[in-house]
Design a protein around this ligand. Structure first.
Ligand code: G3I
Length: 397
């Protein structure tokens, strides 16, 4: 990778470290990093620790703790839902910008960077779009034009305000899908063919020359067999390599990081190796939606500590694995949790057989869990020579 293609956010980080190191520490009031936010501790490394934001929770006057933590603990924010197509254009041609505008304003007020989520995804599409395609009233050609218009309109509106855009989300199938050989899946691939991916990045770039443009997916934390027929990480790696070779303006790959304590998961070195391999393609990386859920057995639900404790510990360990790997690789720019408290997590609403939960870093009463403390200690105890300031790519033209 050519160094001149990269700009050094490291300089900012070094300046930040210098500032932090000048915090007056006296014998009576020594500098105590454990009292600092994840945001502040992450920025020591130029790393943006972020969260997804649920706008209903943010606007709930009876829940002030949510707003307090969302604004103070994180350096970066992602809209959990309000930038998705169904939310932005519920009726064809009529945009509902207010919630997304409010979200972007919130970030600005709190000096937080914004990850834009999401331009192209097969879920949370407006009904007028999917039903129009299903009944044939929207042709393939018109659909492609609608996608171009959507990307252009949304990226334009927030031009200059978005640090990283998730341009394409979850385009690749999983081994449990049919057919099991990995392939491009979902509404967009079925209707437009996989060429929509390159188109989407080009349209996003045309609308904002400065945002970092990401591909975002789950189950790509580490490489597996190395065979793209069953190794999703390899499939996404090959796709990214091919897009770069064609000159498509893709700047980063986001690894969502939705883990569960019931699974084997990975060790820090496996995850570090994957991030390094993506770095070798010249793209940035980020953990974009981290949470680590657990099965809520009858014992857990009854408050049995012997069942709860190992889950909380395993969850913390997995949060930490992803954080340490991210810290170790300079092109890993941000680490975003997908909601920060168990009372506002997508997990219980999604996984109910068996029920799952306990996925975030604060409990439902906003008490920090072990996972929060582990993330903090990872950030505090990291430094040279293994953890160095971040290096961000220049947006690719
Ligand atoms: O829009 C309706 C609203 O009108 C209604 O009042 C409300 C009542 O519950 O439901 C609303 O829709 C819900 C929507 O979130 C907005 O709150 C859907 O039922 C619900 O299924 C939807 O879930 C979201 C999910 O994406 C949808 O696929 C989750 O909140 C959100 O966390 C989740 O996020 C995704 C990322 O975008 C991509 N990666 C995976 C991640 C987790 O699934």
């Amino acid at each position: 990778m050519k160094l001149r293609q990269w700009s050094t956010v490291g300089l900012v980080a070094v300046a930040t470290v210098a500032t932090l190191n000048t915090v007056p520490a006296t014998a009576s009031r020594p500098y105590d990093p454990t009292t600092q936010s994840l945001a502040t501790l992450g920025l020591r490394h130029g790393l943006h620790v972020g969260t997804a934001v649920n706008m209903d929770a943010l606007n709930d006057a009876s829940d002030p703790q949510y707003r307090r933590l969302a604004s103070s603990e994180f350096a970066s924010v992602t809209a959990e839902n309000v930038m998705k197509w169904e939310s932005l254009e519920p009726t064809r041609g009529t945009y509902n910008w207010a919630p997304a505008d409010q979200f972007v304003e919130f970030a600005k007020r709190n000096r937080q960077s914004v990850r834009g989520h999401v331009l192209v995804w097969h879920n949370q599409l407006p009904a007028w779009l999917t039903s129009g395609v299903a009944d044939g009233s929207i042709s393939k050609q018109e659909l492609r034009e609608l996608l171009r218009k959507h990307i252009t309109t949304v990226v334009n509106r927030y031009k200059g305000k978005i640090w990283q855009w998730d341009v394409v989300n979850e385009a690749v199938s999983d081994p449990w899908d049919t057919p099991s050989t990995l392939h491009y899946k979902g509404f967009w691939a079925q209707n437009l063919g996989p060429g929509y991916i390159a188109d989407a990045f080009r349209w996003a770039r045309a609308a904002d020359p400065k945002a970092l443009l990401f591909y975002n997916d789950y189950n790509i934390e580490a490489f597996g067999s190395g065979n793209p027929a069953d190794d999703k990480t390899q499939f996404v790696y090959d796709m990214t390599k091919s897009l770069r070779a064609q000159g498509v303006p893709i700047d980063g790959v986001g690894s969502q990081g939705h883990l569960g304590t019931q699974y084997g998961n990975f060790d820090t070195l496996q995850v570090t190796a994957a991030l390094k391999k993506f770095a070798g393609l010249g793209v940035a990386t980020a953990f974009t939606e981290v949470d680590v859920r657990s099965q809520l057995t009858e014992g857990v639900q009854a408050g049995n500590a012997e069942e709860i404790n190992p889950r909380l510990q395993a969850s913390a360990a997995n949060f930490s694995v992803l954080m340490k790997a991210c810290l170790a690789v300079r092109s890993c720019l941000s680490y975003t949790v997908w909601g920060f408290s168990d009372n506002h997590s997508w997990v219980p609403g999604w996984f109910d057989d068996p029920p799952e939960g306990l996925a975030t870093i604060y409990d439902e009463n906003y008490q920090p869990k072990r996972a929060y403390q582990e993330l903090k200690s990872d950030l505090i105890f990291a430094g040279p020579p293994y953890v160095l300031p971040r290096i961000a790519p220049r947006p690719r033209r």
